[in-house]
Design a binder for this molecule. Structure first.
Ligand code: HEM
Length: 172
């Protein structure tokens, strides 16, 4: 972020002409992801539960891989195990957001998510369903440019995860 950009009022929003060579995300994309995520983290558990419930409403088959598959959607929000899991997912996404400026850390972190979900019978399609669900949820309270940055970031996130998942599945 150079001073010239600051003079034009872009100082805090990042540049649009500096895509990271690995992720393709500009500093402005990363700025929007990081600042909007801070809003999600004000209520991590509630937002995580809302994300899981929306995922199951949109894609009922996604629920089948979870240990709480037999609990009706209307009762998920008060279930302790669901809350623990929702919290774990939100904090995992927080680590991903924290590493967004550091691809050397980001890529192996995402690969680990892909590999660790292989034995849980999670499919590549389900990661893409989660992406659609995150975008839908965030569209309810984020600005348009923030949602666009998330779409771009999630494309990268899910493609790295899915590549690692495919490698895992090919070997098992
Ligand atoms: C960015 C995407 C995702 C992240 C960051 C993520 C993160 C996590 C974390 C942190 C855990 C618990 C810790 C662990 O055991 O590794 C977990 C468990 C799990 N995840 Fe994911 N996950 C993602 C996507 C998905 C998707 C798309 C599904 C299926 C639709 C899924 C299904 C599961 C299941 C079934 C468990 C085990 C739950 C349990 O035994 O209580 N995850 N995930």
């Amino acid at each position: 972020m150079g001073s010239v950009w600051s003079l034009f009022g872009y100082g805090n929003h990042g540049r649009t002409d500096d895509p990271d060579p690995v992720t393709g995300l500009t500093s402005r994309d990363r700025y929007h992801v990081k600042t909007s995520w801070a809003g999600v983290m004000k209520n991590p558990t509630e937002n995580g539960v809302a994300l899981l419930i929306l995922l199951f409403e949109k894609y009922p088959t996604a629920k089948e891989v979870f240990p709480f598959r037999d609990i009706p959607n209307s009762e998920l929000a008060k279930n302790a195990r669901v809350k623990v899991h929702a919290n774990a997912v939100v904090y995992a996404i927080a680590s991903i957001v924290d590493a967004i400026d550091n691809v050397d850390l980001l890529v192996p972190m995402l690969e680990k998510v892909g590999t660790s979900h292989g034995p849980r019978k999670v499919s590549e399609e389900q990661f893409l369903q989660l992406k659609e669900t995150i975008v839908e949820l965030f569209s309810k309270f984020m600005k348009k440019e923030e949602v666009e940055a998330w779409k771009k970031a999630l494309d990268v996130v899910m493609s790295v995860i899915n590549k690692a998942l495919k490698t895992y599945l090919d070997g098992h």
